[in-house]
Design a protein around this ligand. Structure first.
Ligand code: FES
Length: 243
């Protein structure tokens, strides 16, 4: 019996350089592997892709719209630019809009992933007016002793929803409402302490802005933190990533 054929690498160019994607890799994966840094807020290795923040957009030759690199599969012969003026400017603008959406994130922690990428991209806080979304005026939920929810710092990347559902299998967190009324909720909009949350910490680890943060205010997340480990990724909250 013949061994199954290995999927062929997909060859394309990234910023003019010939690269080859391994099976299953996205444009973002390839860029990261070859040392090209792209912002990513809704994307987190280990979680299913969402493609909702657009912080990672790149330009693909022949396409009118920019592509979210975190969920775009490479094609043979594709010509991708992460460094074109259009792509760089778009990513910076996206980060500025996210800062406007999450005014509370600035006071919460300068070490957040959002702050990190905004700084790297030269994105200016305050360039755009806050959108006045419902969540911007939500009172903090400090009902649980382990962590606090600050929706005014939320960018609705849904990492917490996916971490709760797809990593822990708890499915406590969800997105309720639409447009400017959309917001992250625990169960049916319950206070955390009244919800079915088991305080595993997975959502807190996944949050890139500090909207979900330890109740003691401690926050030490750094973008791109990788710790090689045999940890089974239980989500207890020790912040060990497996990749
Ligand atoms: Fe790619 Fe959010 S990181 S769309």
């Amino acid at each position: 019996m013949n061994a199954p054929a290995e999927a062929a690498a997909i060859e394309f160019t990234l910023d003019g350089r010939a690269v080859a994607a391994r099976p299953g890799e996205t444009l973002w994966d390839v860029a990261r592997r070859v040392g090209v840094e792209l912002p990513h807020l809704c994307h987190r290795p280990g979680l299913p892709p969402a493609g909702n923040c657009r912080a990672c957009v790149v330009e693909v030759a022949g396409e009118r719209t920019l592509a979210a690199s975190c969920c775009r599969a490479p094609q043979p012969g594709m010509q991708v630019r992460t460094d074109s003026e259009r792509a760089v400017r778009a990513r910076r603008t996206v980060l500025e809009l996210l800062l406007a959406d999450a005014p509370g994130s600035a006071e919460l922690k300068l070490d957040s992933e959002l702050a990190h990428w905004a700084q790297r991209a030269g994105a200016a806080a305050g360039r755009w007016p806050a959108r006045g979304a419902v969540q911007a005026h939500a009172a903090p939920d400090a009902s649980h002793p382990a962590f606090t929810v600050r929706l005014d710092a939320c960018i609705q990347c849904t990492r917490c929803v996916r971490a709760c559902r797809d990593v822990q299998g708890n499915d406590v967190l969800g997105l309720a409402g639409r447009g400017g009324h959309a917001r992250i909720v625990f169960d049916q909009g319950d206070r955390v302490a009244d919800s079915t949350c088991v305080a595993c910490g997975e959502c807190v680890q996944a949050c890139p802005t500090g909207a979900l943060a330890p109740a003691n205010g401690a926050y030490a997340r750094r973008a791109e933190r990788v710790v090689r480990s045999v940890c089974p990724f239980c989500g207890v909250g020790c912040a060990v990533d497996l990749h």
